[in-house]
Ligand binder design. Structure first.
Ligand SMILES: *Cc1c(COP(=O)(O)O)cnc(C)c1O
Length: 404
């Protein structure tokens, strides 16, 4: 690393609150599936800002759309209508099959909104304020207090207790564990269709259908967090669409704006007509013209560039390649995932492999301590996968040996 880059890092550590143990690199620009640091070193990016930059960096049409919107208007208030928000909401309804959209500034805020919608829906039915939400162990829903309250990782929550009340935890894909937590006060069951941070665990078909049936039977809201696994990552626009069940409420963010901070929670008409009304919820920035111009262009480019086809095709190739790596290395236990959301589960911490990969020009990230997570831009091709696998193999060989 150059003295210049080291200096940037020192300055960062003087000024920023140290809430991340950052990798020792300062990225300056991106192009397609590549990132460049301030020394000009090139990296193949298999993280995409954690499942955000789905279209790759420096997409000309996307950049131009944002520049054009900046020259028109960046922000008004939610007390007025604006054209990009109208268009973005219509497009989002179309790709999700949901009926009502509320735009937020982040994933955590989308979860906050979903929680409020669920509580209000239940409140309007019986006037009580002791409703319960069932969330899952190993889940991740964000860092604000409400989102943290439904995040199934005690370590994240501990210092910040008390959480919001009446949250219970069950085990993803263990329907009996859900049944054990259900009471007549349960108003919502919330989970990620594919758990991300918790270790790339896709919900099973059986679990999805059983939860849906339970929710129908007892008028409980099924709420799916699609913040990481949505927006094409699994080969469907939203991961739940491959199961043949539909949630009552869903959240999205990350790739929704492909880098412009924007999220949303969406609901069916049933929930929309019986939950949040004027005065119940709001945001200053949420759904502003700049953010919504990004959403519009992203959805448009997903169609134009046949992103879903590429995810299915390149995702299954990535799966095959990772399966080979799993067979070759003793330190790999298994591969898990769907489409371009994959995890390689090791029997050891993966931090030093990721650092080694960075040295070798490949950006990877972990999910938990012993899983290497692959959430690349959705525009990658087979050659990118081959290049990634070469560097991954080399980095793993250097750190844990064991390649046959
Ligand atoms: C990233 C993430 C969140 C939180 O989103 P932020 O934009 O960081 O607040 C919530 N749920 C899931 C599944 C996520 O991956």
């Amino acid at each position: 690393m150059s003295a210049t880059m080291q200096n940037y890092i020192d300055e960062a550590e003087q000024a920023l609150l140290h809430t991340y143990n950052r990798y020792q690199v300062v990225f300056e620009k991106g192009d397609g599936v590549y990132l460049y640091d301030t020394d000009g070193k090139k990296y193949l990016d298999f993280v995409s800002g954690i499942a955000v930059f789905a279209l790759g960096y420096h997409n000309r049409e996307y950049n131009d759309a944002l520049k054009a919107q900046i020259d028109k208007i960046i922000h008004t208030s939610n007390y007025y209508y604006n054209l990009p928000a109208i268009e973005a909401a219509k497009k989002l309804k179309k790709i999700s099959g949901m009926d009502r959209v509320f735009f937020t500034n982040s994933g955590a805020e989308a979860i906050e909104g979903a929680i409020k919608a669920a509580r209000k829906y239940a409140f309007l039915k019986d006037g009580r304020t002791d409703h319960e939400i069932i969330a899952m162990n190993h889940s991740f829903h964000g860092r604000t207090m409400g989102a943290l309250s439904v995040t199934g990782n005690p370590h994240y929550r501990e210092a910040f207790e008390p959480m919001i009340g009446n949250i219970k935890f069950a085990e993803l894909n263990d329907f009996d564990s859900v049944m054990e937590q259900v009471t007549d006060k349960t108003c919502a069951i919330l989970f990620e269709t594919v758990q991300g941070e918790g270790g790339i665990y896709p919900a099973t078909e059986e679990f999805m259908h059983k939860v849906r049936a339970l929710c129908d039977e007892r008028d409980i809201l099924m709420m799916l967090d699609e913040i990481q696994c949505g927006m094409g990552r699994t080969g469907e626009m939203f991961a739940w669409q491959r199961y043949g069940v539909k949630p009552d409420v869903m959240t999205t963010a990350k790739a929704l704006g492909c880098g412009v901070p924007v999220g949303a929670f969406l609901m069916t008409e049933k929930v929309g007509a019986n939950s949040l009304v004027a005065g119940d919820h709001g945001t200053t920035y949420g759904g502003n013209p700049l953010a919504c111009a990004a959403v519009c262009k992203v959805i448009e480019l997903f169609e134009k560039q046949n992103i879903l086809d590429n995810v299915r095709e390149t995702g299954s190739y990535l799966e095959t390649c990772l399966n080979k790596v799993a067979e070759e290395f003793d330190c790999v236990e298994t591969r898990r995932g769907v489409g371009l959301m994959q995890g390689l589960v090791l029997n050891r911490p993966v931090g030093d492999i990721i650092t080694k990969a960075m040295d070798n020009g490949l950006v990877l990230i972990n999910a938990g301590s012993n899983i290497i997570r692959f959430v690349p831009p959705l525009v990658i091709d087979r050659q990118n996968v081959d290049d990634m696998i070469d560097i991954l193999r080399e980095s793993m060989r250097e750190v844990c040996g064991g390649a046959q």
